[in-house]
Every structure is written in C-alpha cells, then in structure tokens.
Write a protein that binds this ligand. Structure first.
Ligand code: GLN
Length: 197
C-alpha cells in the first residue's frame, strides 16, 4: 500500500486543530504548516476557517502565502474552508486592503454574507463528486457567499441554489466547515485524490 499522504494544515490562525483531527480520522498524516519551510514535507494543504484579515496579516509577512501559492500552481491539492476559500478567491465583492486573496480559484466571494456569528447555521448541502452526488451537513459560521464562478473553476456544492463549493482540478473551496460536522465524507474523498495525485 502507498505511504499515507501528509496534509499540511495551515496553522497561522483559525480552527486548524479541528482540521488536523478530521484528516487524521480520515486516514491522512497531518503536519502543521506555519513557514515556507514547513511546506517541504507535505503533499497537500488544508486552509482552515478563521479570519481572512488576520490570515492576510500574518501569512504574507514570513512568505508563507507566496510559497503556498507557487506550490498550488504547480499542482499541490488544497482543501480550503470558509476564510480559506476567501484566501483562494480571485476577487472580493467588497475590495479591502486587509484581505489579499491569492487568486487561485476563479470565484468572487462576498464576506460575511449570511450575517454575524449569531446567524451561523447548519444545513444539508449537496456535493457533486465525480459522477455521483452526496449529501453532507454544512456548518456555516460567518461564511462567505460565492457570488460568481468562472471556468475553469466549477461549482461543486449547493445549499438550495446557492453555490457553497467550487473546484478547480485538485483545488477545493468550501464555504462551510466539514471538520466540525463529524461527517468525514469529503475529507476521505480528498485523501483518495491526494493518493492518486
Ligand atoms: N468571516 C470570516 C472572514 O471573513 C470567515 C469565517 C470563517 O472562516 N468561519 O474571514
């Protein structure tokens, strides 16, 4: 059997511990990533939820975002949730110098579009994986809304008619938090993807 892939959990801010636990349970090795050097020993990345302004502030300072962007452009798979999706987006509805997205997913996002923390909610989400479709529990916490998806990025998950997941090759962006629902369906599929990569 192939060695377990190691997923680097970007751990500069946010709910990275929950991602680490979920990916371990889904069968991956995990390592925390805080510096460009930490990227050398990982085959994929998870970008947690948290606060994209803080992630911007801390992640460019030591060159982590710049180094991560070039690895991702070279084909490294990424599993990004919530603030992580904001960091991957091509554009923001409300431009702000406090948030500098990497432009790796061809999507536009609107931050905090469902309202404040108290308006966080859980709801069933439909996700298209390959030819099949699965239903997972979506936990939405001050989540962004994906307002536009442009090719080659494709919509891959929906809450009603609202796009909540966008995918470009092995770059996955989810506006909800699968690491908090206890359902490991998406993490397991991502681990399979890395094993094939
Ligand atoms: N509202 C946060 C932001 O704009 C994202 C929230 C989250 O990641 N749960 O960065």
């Amino acid at each position: 059997m192939a060695a377990k892939p190691t997923i680097g959990i970007v751990a500069i801010q946010g709910d990275f511990s929950a991602h680490g636990r979920a990916f371990s349970r889904a069968g991956a090795g995990v390592a925390l990533v805080r510096t460009p050097d930490d990227l050398k020993s990982v085959q994929a990345l998870a970008l947690p939820g948290g606060e994209s302004t803080t992630m911007t502030l801390l992640g460019y300072e030591n060159g982590l975002w710049q180094a991560a962007a070039s690895r991702i452009q070279e084909g490294m798979p990424v599993f990004a949730t919530c603030a992580g999706v904001i960091m991957l987006a091509a554009g923001l509805e409300q431009e702000s110098e406090k948030v500098r997205p990497l432009g790796l997913l061809d999507i536009t996002v609107s931050r905090n579009a469902y309202g404040s923390q108290v308006e966080s909610f859980e709801s069933a989400v439909r996700v298209k994986l390959g030819k099949g479709e699965v239903r997972v529990t979506g936990v939405f916490i001050r989540a962004p809304v994906i307002t536009e998806v442009r090719e080659p990025t494709l919509a891959a998950g929906w809450l009603g008619s609202q796009v909540v997941m966008a995918v470009k090759g092995s770059i996955w962006g989810l506006t909800f938090h699968p690491e908090l629902s206890g359902d490991l369906t998406l993490q397991k599929r991502f681990v399979e993807l890395i094993a094939r990569n």
